[in-house]
Design a protein around this ligand. Structure first.
Ligand code: PLP
Length: 391
């Protein structure tokens, strides 16, 4: 049976070039990048090369790139590393749990936390961020304010107005962190243009390996390391470098930059639009949130009179992998906090599916999905218990 993976926002497979780049660093080039002998020098050279790629990707200096274990660590480091009791943290209700749970934690430690709600279309209004910052924050205040907003939402794909928020943050003299885990590799990327101090990314969302990521830390940002020990990463993140992982991340971002230039992302957008239009021909369906500006690969669709979880399972049996909300919550039937924040009711949130395409997706993949989804929806609606139909 043909299998079509439409869950790229959960994770992506390695591209063959990434696998090939990493391969030697598991075996023959196994050195510790801190060792001074030849093996160590080779590992260091590979890490340095990846750092150059990341600096080009972020649009920053090499010294502003910190390798870590991925998006969760980047988000946690920004929040725990910058904020102290009495400071102010401003974020949004639609962030990933790596930000939301860290916000809860700093609130317990005496940080004032403000959660900004999205508009009904899923976008954050920069004016709401300005209002949350308030008049009292001034450059030079000893009380720190950190604003954290994601680049692309993992569930809707919506691109948040980070540039405008960056300008507001700069004017108010606040720190600004972007969780770019979902946006990185999908849109033009430049931390200087975004105006942020900190930016988190993760390799496994861009065809790189799991458990590795990189963070941009603007020079001079007073960030305390989350993990202490050796003097790795300019004392910003201790621990022996994950050399194969870092090499894989470096290769993945090189390929991501190429995809942004060679038309791959436009092709993915066309496939997503065809998929979306095909699904919307099914009665009782609609896209959750605005359709623009959106990451090229994502659509989130509400299916009336249906239980999303049942549809995920039915589609899986027909070879189509999708997700009914954030993958980080799979196994739980809690409605998506993102869709709820956008004003969907519990039933509507639970009756929604996220389709997120790999950049290797093909027209044949979309043909298969469009054969399978209408049939599965029709069958499930016939079987649907009255409670779901009423919902
Ligand atoms: N931030 C966002 C927006 C995400 O989608 C994810 C993963 O789904 C993360 C952070 C966590 O990243 P990682 O899986 O690398 O820890």
């Amino acid at each position: 049976m043909r299998r079509v993976y439409c869950d790229a926002n959960a994770t992506t497979p390695l591209l063959p070039e990434v696998m090939e780049a990493m391969r030697p660093y598991w075996m023959e080039e196994f050195g510790n990048a801190s060792s001074i002998h030849l093996q160590g020098q080779k590992a260091r050279k590979a890490v340095d090369h990846a750092r150059e790629s990341l600096a080009r990707f972020f649009g920053c200096r090499e010294a502003e790139v910190v390798f870590n274990s991925g998006g969760t660590e980047g988000d946690n480091t920004a929040i725990f590393g910058l904020l102290r009791a009495g400071d102010h943290f401003i974020t949004t209700e639609i962030e990933h749990s790596a930000v939301l749970r860290a916000a809860d934690r700093v609130a317990e430690r005496g940080v004032e936390v403000t959660f900004v709600a999205p508009r009904k279309d899923g976008l954050i209004d920069p004016e709401e961020i300005r209002r949350a910052i308030g008049p009292e924050t001034r450059p030079g205040d000893s009380r720190r304010t950190l604003v954290s907003v994601m680049l692309a939402n993992n569930e809707t794909g919506l691109l948040q107005p980070v540039e405008e928020i960056g300008r507001i943050a700069a004017k108010a003299g606040t720190f600004f962190h972007i969780d770019a885990v979902q946006g990185a590799g999908k849109v033009e990327f430049d931390v200087r243009r975004f105006g942020c101090h900190l930016c988190s990314t993760s390799a496994h969302k861009m065809h790189g390996p799991k458990g590795v990521g990189a963070m941009y830390v603007r020079r001079g940002t007073p960030l305390s390391p989350l993990i202490v020990g050796g003097s790795h990463e300019r004392r910003q993140r201790a621990g022996t470098e994950n050399v194969p992982g870092i090499v894989g991340l470096g290769k993945a971002v090189e390929l991501a930059m190429k995809s942004l230039e060679d038309g791959t992302i436009e092709r993915v957008a066309r496939l997503r639009d065809r998929l979306e239009a095909g699904i919307l021909e099914i009665p009782g369906t609609k896209v959750n949130g605005a359709v623009t500006p959106r990451a090229a690969n994502t659509t989130n669709i509400h299916f009336e009179h249906l239980e999303g979880e049942a549809l995920v399972i039915a589609l899986d049996l027909k070879g189509v992998a999708v997700s009914g909300g954030s993958a980080c919550h799979s196994g739980s039937t809690e409605p998506s906090h993102v869709l709820m924040a956008m004003g969907l009711g519990k039933h509507a949130a639970l009756a929604s599916l996220r389709f997120s395409l790999l950049k290797t997706a093909t027209d044949e993949d979309i043909d298969h999905v469009l054969r399978v989804v209408p049939e599965a929806v029709e069958r499930l609606r016939e079987l649907a218990p009255a409670a779901v139909v009423r919902g």
